[in-house]
Design a protein around this ligand. Structure first.
Ligand SMILES: O=C(O)CCC(=O)C(=O)O
Length: 233
């Protein structure tokens, strides 16, 4: 159970997701990435590819929901009350220094959307067999309100005029996730001088009462895609 009002929590959730399912997603990633990332349906798709993020053609593949299908009560409880996942999730394959995401809070991105969720949480899931050997997240520890963001080098929202002294990184195993609130400043960092080559998925969750109308979510509790009106999509 997560504390509903804590926008600055950071949790390393060990063994949150099934390793075999994630390994299957890695295979799927390899098999479909090239074609899906070449399918540019909008200028937005092109700008996402430029920063190592996924096109709509890639992220709309329902296979990325597999780690959450038939979630056990214990798994749902770990994320509760944030049990509705925004669909589709975001996929990344970082290979270049320009793909490293600069310091930001996720609320900085949320506020740029045409319709704004009051609050979200993020669940960062690396897909590499040994995630600790690949670029990872660095997160700032502390109490933060909303910080000003600006566009930076293709990344839509970045904190430009501030640095953070108290930070954390986690040694992740396959199946682990970093779950954090939308006021937590975070960025991507390389591990030592290792090549940047990391595949990952970011799932974002909301409290059911704060879901927006006419938007797709995957309900963990009912194991289905849904809209706030309750009509199956
Ligand atoms: O994938 C990364 O390294 C950064 C992801 C991120 O910043 C996010 O999930 O908000």
């Amino acid at each position: 159970m997560l504390a509903e009002e804590d926008r600055c929590f950071i949790a390393h959730m060990r063994g949150l997701l099934d390793r075999e399912t994630l390994a299957r997603l890695m295979d799927r990633f390899a098999a479909t990435e090239q074609a899906a990332q070449a399918t540019l349906r909008s200028p937005h798709d092109a700008s996402r590819v430029a920063i190592g993020a996924s096109t709509d053609a890639f992220r709309l593949d329902p296979v990325w929901l597999d780690p959450w299908r038939n979630a056990s009560a214990e798994r749902i409880a770990r994320l509760s009350p944030f049990t509705w996942m925004m669909y589709p999730p975001n996929i990344r394959h970082l290979t270049d220094p320009e793909h490293l995401v600069p310091w930001h809070q996720d609320i900085g991105y949320v506020k740029r959307m045409p319709r704004v969720h009051r609050r979200i949480i993020t669940c960062f899931v690396p897909l590499e067999p040994d995630p600790s050997a690949h670029a990872t997240l660095e997160l700032a520890v502390g109490r933060f309100g909303e910080i000003d963001h600006a566009e930076a080098a293709g990344h839509g929202a970045a904190i430009l005029d501030r640095s953070f002294a108290n930070t954390r990184r986690f040694e992740l195993d396959l199946g682990d996730a970093i779950v954090f609130g939308d006021h937590v400043p975070h960025r991507t960092v390389r591990v030592d001088d290792r090549p940047i080559d990391r595949r990952s998925i970011e799932y974002r969750f909301v409290i059911p009462d704060e879901a927006l109308d006419d938007k797709d979510y995957f309900r963990l509790d009912e194991n289905r895609l849904a809209r706030r009106t309750g009509a199956p999509s």
